[in-house]
Design a protein around this ligand. Structure first.
Ligand code: AN7
Length: 356
């Protein structure tokens, strides 16, 4: 039963005191699903687990960080929160703001956020401001405004967001009983890879785990500033959640990669969609396109021969983070498959389509 949320569950690792009001929607405690189908498909001597963060209260991993960011904003007496967002941060911020009795302001790139996410921010009563600029432009403006006005910035440059999100690592280690060997994760603004790496390191220091995973981050090929070492002025990808050209936690993502001996690579939109469909059709997990970048990354890495010399007698333990729920972006799902056929309403027609 999850009646606590991540702050109660992991408070000894988090910057909270008895005075901190805990604003929660009982986030965290998300499933770690073993994907035997993927193991077979990849022909890899490994156990592959999917951490399905789409099961969080607002349907993405953002809730882990938002519970803490909003709790601390409340503790500090703030009356409003603000973020720039490709969608999920705005959905989460607006929901947690409701819980805290605070106002929320969200700035989004017009035409480039998934319908479900927009619906969430609106129904939670956020003031939603769409701009004719991308996420990076929105974040710059939001930073300026929150510097000048008494409004709490709840993007992942807010350190409490990272602190809350590191609980994802704790849960993986608690569920497995050890740390994985490899941690595959999508990278957009690079807060989550930063948070997971921090979490693993802290769990090792606390004596909870003996090893650290290699951090394997994946950006979309049309928005891969870290991979190419340059800002993307016009990032483009169907994975709108990670359509980011100048990640705020760029340096920390590089540190996670380098300290862990991992990598940050790119996957094409086609590879993302292929993995998105495999996850839905072969594994039974419906995540949003950006989330499938982790699995697309795993498939690419296996194909490249990366693991050839690394498969010892013991099975590798691999975790892929699925950051958000597929229902966030129903349009994309529908576009990927053929529409249902409509027939005259009789039994024969239905049986024919059933293949009987
Ligand atoms: C589903 O909501 O940046 O590398 O404004 O929604 O920590 O940015 C979302 C990012 C991956 C990338 N998967 O995580 C936002 C936003 C999903 C996401 C990422 C996002 P970061």
């Amino acid at each position: 039963m999850n009646i606590k949320g991540v702050i109660e569950r992991y408070k000894e690792y988090l910057p909270v005191t008895e005075k901190t009001p805990i604003i929660t929607l009982c986030e965290g405690n998300t499933p770690l699903v073993r994907a035997v189908e993927l193991e077979k498909m990849l022909n890899l001597n490994a156990e592959v687990y999917l951490k399905f963060e789409g099961q969080n209260p607002t349907g993405s991993f953002k809730d882990r960080g938002m519970t803490l960011a909003v709790s601390k904003a409340k503790e500090e007496g703030m009356q409003a929160v603000m973020c720039a967002s490709t969608g999920n941060t705005s959905a989460s911020a607006s929901a947690y703001a409701v819980r805290a009795g605070m106002k929320s302001f969200v700035v989004i790139p017009e035409g480039n956020i998934a319908l479900g996410k927009l619906a969430q921010a609106l129904i939670h009563g956020a003031t939603v401001i769409a701009i004719n600029g991308n996420f990076d432009v929105a974040l710059k403006l939001v930073r300026e405004i929150t510097d000048e006005y008494p409004v709490a910035l709840v993007n992942s440059i807010n350190p409490y967001r990272i602190e809350g999100q590191k609980t994802g690592s704790f849960e993986i280690c608690d569920d497995l009983g050890f740390a994985p060997d490899y941690h595959f994760i999508p990278v957009g603004n690079a807060g989550n890879i930063t948070a997971y790496w921090k979490g693993y390191k802290e769990y090792k220091e606390a004596g909870k785990i003996n090893n650290l995973p290699k951090m394997m981050g994946f950006q979309a090929a049309g928005a891969c500033p870290i991979v190419e070492g340059r800002v993307f002025e016009h990032p483009e990808t169907i994975a709108t959640a990670i359509r980011i050209g100048n990640p705020a936690s760029w340096k920390m993502a590089e540190a996670a990669r380098d300290e862990s001996g991992g990598l940050i690579d790119k996957v094409t939109d086609d590879e993302i969609i292929e993995s998105y469909k495999i996850l839905a059709k072969n594994v039974g997990v419906f995540c949003e396109p950006a989330s499938a970048a982790s699995v697309a990354g795993l498939i690419k890495t296996v194909k490249s021969g990366y693991f050839n010399d690394k498969q010892a007698d013991i099975k590798l333990k691999i975790v892929c983070i699925l950051t958000g729920h597929g229902l966030k972006d129903p349009d994309r799902a529908i576009k990927c498959v053929s529409s249902p056929e409509t027939v005259e309403a009789n039994k024969e027609n239905i049986l024919k389509l059933m293949g009987y």
